[in-house]
Design a protein around this ligand. Structure first.
Ligand SMILES: [Zn+2]
Ligand SMILES: [Zn+2]
Length: 278
């Protein structure tokens, strides 16, 4: 059973993220309706409210909030952005856009994510407006907005600052409280072009799931589930920790299908081998 056309997908969002999904869904005959829920209650990027639980739990909570308001609807969607240290280069961060689609009738969840290896995510403690110029240039201000607050306290906090006049006035107000001001990228989707781009990529992934029907039972949502490690070493042929193949699974009937690595890599370079290169 493919996703019905038209399907009405309720997006639990506060920061107009549905605008990114709308045109893409429309191509497939699906409607994207924003349901304004106060997702900030579940945690904010700027740190006034700490996030608790895993990303997936937060996504479920967002959907549950929308479901309370929209009891008749079947399809729900929520998204969540997070930044984690780069696995190899700890001083850099990577951005992860996570999406959860929920079919309330079938009680089925589709989870997918897009990893941005070069997110615009930075902060600096500064003393003068002149000093701030270089930082602002680096992050692509004013298209990318910023948040400011005195270094040692979160209040007053200026969010979504997107013009030089606004920036200067906020900076000077912070300076009256502290000698140094913390300036950071505002990571809310409407304030960050790079996040909107990453969200678009995540949305494209979700559409791929929604469009792919199970080869066995025909239910929509067939796609990547998990990867298997064990690509053999080019030298000794022992399994390494590199991905060997990808498993696609149907959420409805559990049918699985193995897929080869998309890059066609057949042997693992010897430096990945724990036997040859411990
Ligand atoms: Zn199936
Ligand atoms: Zn080896």
């Amino acid at each position: 059973m493919p996703l019905p056309n038209p399907a009405k997908i309720i997006f639990a969002t506060k920061h107009r993220k549905h605008e990114i999904f709308e045109p893409l869904f429309k191509i497939h005959g699906w409607q994207c309706v924003a349901e304004e829920v106060d997702t900030d209650l579940l945690g904010t990027f700027s740190g006034e409210i700490a996030r608790s639980g895993t990303v997936r739990e937060t996504l479920r909570e967002k959907i549950a909030l929308a479901q309370k308001i929209r009891k008749q609807d079947v399809y729900f969607l929520a998204s969540e952005g997070s930044y984690i240290p780069h696995p190899q280069l700890g001083f850099l961060s990577i951005g992860v856009e996570s999406l959860l689609f929920f079919d309330a009738q079938e009680n089925i969840e589709i989870y997918c994510e897009f990893v941005d290896h070069h997110p615009v995510h930075d902060e600096k403690v500064l003393q003068t407006v002149t000093e701030a110029q270089e930082f602002l240039k680096q992050i692509g201000f004013p298209q990318q907005s910023v948040i400011l607050h005195p270094e040692k306290q979160l209040q007053p906090i200026f969010k979504g600052v997107s013009s030089f006049e606004e920036f200067e006035s906020a900076f000077l107000q912070c300076l009256q409280i502290d000698q140094r001001v913390k300036v950071a990228t505002d990571l809310r989707a409407m304030c960050s072009p790079r996040r909107r781009w990453a969200l678009q990529k995540a949305a494209e992934k979700l559409v791929e799931y929604l469009q792919t029907d199970c080869p066995s039972c025909g239910f929509y949502g067939f796609g990547f589930w998990k990867s298997n490690e064990g690509l053999p070493c080019e030298d000794c042929e022992m399994p390494t920790r590199l991905v060997l193949d990808l498993i696609h699974r149907c959420l409805k009937c559990g049918f699985t299908e193995n897929h080869k690595r998309p890059d066609g890599l057949f042997w693992a370079p010897v430096e990945n081998c724990d036997y040859c290169n411990p």
